[in-house]
Design a protein around this ligand. Structure first.
Ligand code: ADP
Ligand code: MG
Length: 173
């Protein structure tokens, strides 16, 4: 199995953490769409959004997604990648899409413990719990629609990786 693996889910669900561990476990490359885009255009996500608005950022994100999609690669996606219908279909058609699912309380705890790498501007300007709640309420259905598989991302990273390995073994024996 060398199909790309796409990890989707909200900020804090563990796409980067789990994705890096997963890539190591199966000897895949690891790429992060946000990081790829930022180094490609030499701007932070915040700067791109400031200059071009979220719409401009979303368009560039689609370019990034296509650029990083390659065999034997784990792709950690931006939390909003599933907002674009093209991206949902693209990921489903080019690899295996896994939703790292976690409830609002867990996401908030994690985000509070790691006060931002400065990567993402707030989406709503509201307090964190409200923002996470609103964003998840809007996106959960889209993560599910995009995903081939859903894993419980409240478990420790090693367990999440094990669960994904189990899924992949079953999917391609
Ligand atoms: P994402 O890339 O989805 O935004 P990160 O991988 O950056 O999420 O994780 C956000 C924070 O939560 C980090 O501090 C990370 O160490 C922590 N974290 C990620 N996954 C887990 C997990 N499964 N259990 C506990 N903490 C986690
Ligand atoms: Mg990340």
């Amino acid at each position: 199995m060398t199909q790309p693996l796409f990890l989707v889910g909200p900020r804090g669900c563990g796409k980067t953490t789990t994705g890096m561990a997963l890539a190591k476990a199966i000897d895949f490359q690891f790429v992060d769409t946000d990081r790829w885009l930022q180094s490609h255009v030499q701007m932070t996500v915040a700067e791109i959004v400031e200059r071009e608005g979220w719409e401009g950022f979303r368009a560039q994100e689609t370019t990034a997604l296509q650029a990083v999609t390659a065999p034997a690669t784990v792709v950690a996606t931006g939390g909003g990648i599933i907002l674009t219908e093209f991206n949902r279909h693209y990921m489903r058609n080019h690899g295996v899409v896994i939703y790292l699912s976690a409830p609002v309380s867990v996401l908030v705890d994690r985000l509070e413990a790691t006060p931002e790498e400065g990567l993402r501007p707030t989406l709503t300007g509201k307090p964190l719990t409200e923002e996470v709640q609103e964003v998840l309420a809007q996106r959960d259905v889209l993560y599910r629609e995009a995903a081939h598989y859903i894993v419980d991302a409240t478990n420790p990273p090693s367990q999440v990786v094990e669960d994904i390995l189990g899924i992949l073994a079953q999917a391609a024996p």
